[in-house]
Each structure stands twice: as C-alpha cells, then as structure tokens.
Design a protein around this ligand. Structure first.
Ligand code: NDP
Ligand code: 8X3
Length: 251
C-alpha cells in the first residue's frame, strides 16, 4: 500500500520540491498551504498519485485540528508529517525589529508546527509507526545579526524535535530535524516583503542549496529502515561556512 505524507507549506520551495519527489516515488500526499491556486496546480501536476489538498493557515489552531479531523479515509493514516511551513520576516536588529513580524514568526514556525504535530502524533503513537520531520535551520544553532526571533523559532524546532523523540521513545515513531543553510526559494522574497532585488542579492555570486537538494535529504531521512532514526541533519552549500567572532574595538 502506498505511504502517505502530509507536507505543510507545499505551495513553494522545499515543500513543493518534496511533494514532487515523494510523488515521483509513489507516495500519496496531503498538501497544505494558504494559496489555493498553487495547491490546485500541484494536484494537477501530480495526478499520478492520490493528492488531497487543504487550504490551511497553520497559525489557526482550529483550522489545523479541523483539517486533520476532516481527512478523507483514503488519506487519514499519515505515515510522514513534514512540518515545513515557515518564514522569516525582516533582518533588522532586535532594537528596530517589527514586533508584529516577530509574532508572525512565532505563530507560524513555533505554534503552527506544534498544532500540526499535536493533531497528527496521537494516531502515529497508537499505530506504533510514523515519522515527523521538522524543518529547522542553521539559524537555530548559529547566531547571526538580524536573525533574532527567526533563529530563536528554529532553536525551538530543534529542541522540540529532540523532546518529541524522548516522549515517543518505545512507540516506533521517528522524529528528525533538518537544518538547512543558504537555499534559494521564495524565502528571501518573503523575508524582504516582496523586494525581489533585495532577495536576489542574497544569492548573488553564490551557488546556494536548491529545494531539490533539501527534498532529496528529506526523502533519504524518510526512507531509512524502520529501526534507524536520523536525529538531525545540518546542511549548507559549499560556499557557506562560519565567520570569526565579531570583536568591537573602541578605536
Ligand atoms: P518558501 O517561502 O519558498 O516556502 C514557504 C512555504 O511555507 C510556502 O509554501 C508557504 O505557503 C508556507 N507557509 C508560510 N506561512 C504559512 C502559514 N501560515 N500556513 C501555511 N503555510 C504557510 O520558503 P522555503 O521553502 O525556503 O521554506 C520552507 C521552510 O524551510 C521554512 O520553515 C523555512 O524557515 C525553512 N528554511 C528555509 C531556508 C532557506 O534558506 N530557504 C533555510 C533553512 C530553513 P503559503 O504562502 O501558500 O501559505
Ligand atoms: C534560513 C537560512 O541563514 O537565512 O533558515 O537563516 S538563514
């Protein structure tokens, strides 16, 4: 029987690439995002497998709960939950940052991920199988100027993933956290509120990761033998590494 993956944030970037790769390998899909048109296009594109799409804003606790409760029988048994929906907003230092942006990142990257996990996990534990793969970021482990709340939301994702593993120990359910670095998608356009020039500048002169790179990593994690749990994968493009500590000097 074909496995079923639920992918949040499937309308773009990593989520879309994952939907395409999992479909190519015969998985049936539950795809969610806020942009209905894109979900419909994707459903058409992936017509070889059974795709159920749901317009869902993961920030709404009720909508997430309802979405899972309303899954058709054909898609109700989720084998893999990919908690991918998320965003960064702005790159201003904390003392200038927009508090609304901070709240949106917390509501999406933290609370949305919790709502989805809480809605899907009980059935996995009951069945004694299932896999939750969370989309963290290098920003969850490594600080950089302007990452303030975004990086902190991804640090939450890392520790929440570890703690989930501790809780489901013995149940057969797997939990993984993937932590990508610089990757080109709509991420920077969203971060800079539609400013394509600013977004393009982020990737200028680099060979960044692609959504396909991330999808292949997610697929590898998801297809390990049942006794193997990949706890975390940190992945950067070759052009990216760490900088030295920043030392401020008076003169
Ligand atoms: P994209 O902007 O291309 O995709 C983001 C996806 O998240 C879209 O499908 C969007 O769908 C969805 N989304 C955003 N907010 C919500 C919401 N409230 N409810 C439901 N869906 C939502 O970016 P990426 O593919 O790059 O990002 C995917 C994940 O990867 C994010 O969690 C991001 O933080 C993380 N990441 C990205 C990196 C990068 O450099 N690109 C590196 C490390 C991690 P819609 O707008 O239709 O709702
Ligand atoms: C996205 C990667 O470096 O922009 O999480 O924070 S980074």
């Amino acid at each position: 029987m074909a496995k079923i993956a639920l992918i949040t944030g499937a309308t773009s970037g990593f989520g879309k690439a994952c939907a395409e790769l999992f479909a190519e390998n015969g998985w049936n899909l539950v795809l969610c995002g806020r942009r209905q048109e894109r979900l419909q296009e994707l459903k058409k594109q992936l017509a070889k497998v059974a795709v159920h799409t749901v317009v869902c804003d993961v920030r709404s606790r009720n909508d997430v709960k309802q979405m899972i409760a309303d899954l058709p029988d054909s898609h109700a048994q989720i084998d893999l939950l990919l908690n991918n929906a998320g965003l960064a907003l702005g790159l201003s230092p904390a003392h200038d940052a927009d508090l609304d942006d901070w709240e949106t990142m917390v509501d999406t990257n933290i609370k949305g991920l919790m709502y989805m996990t809480r809605a899907v996990l009980p059935a996995m534990v009951k069945r004694g199988q299932g896999h939750i793969i969370n989309m963290g970021s290098v920003a969850g482990s490594w600080p950089y100027p302007g990452a303030n709340a975004y990086g902190a939301t991804k640090a939450f994702v890392e520790q929440f993933s570890n703690n989930l593993r501790a809780d489901v120990h013995g149940s057969g359910v797997r939990v993984s956290n993937i932590e990508p670095g610089l990757a080109e998608s709509e991420f920077s356009v969203v971060r800079f509120q539609g400013d394509q020039k600013k977004a393009d500048a982020v990737y200028e002169g680099t060979t960044p990761l692609t959504p396909t790179d991330i999808a292949e990593t997610v697929y590898w994690i998801a297809t390990q033998p049942a006794h193997v749990n990949i706890n975390r994968v940190e992945i950067m493009p070759v052009c990216q590494t760490w900088g030295p500590f920043a030392i401020h000097r008076d003169s």
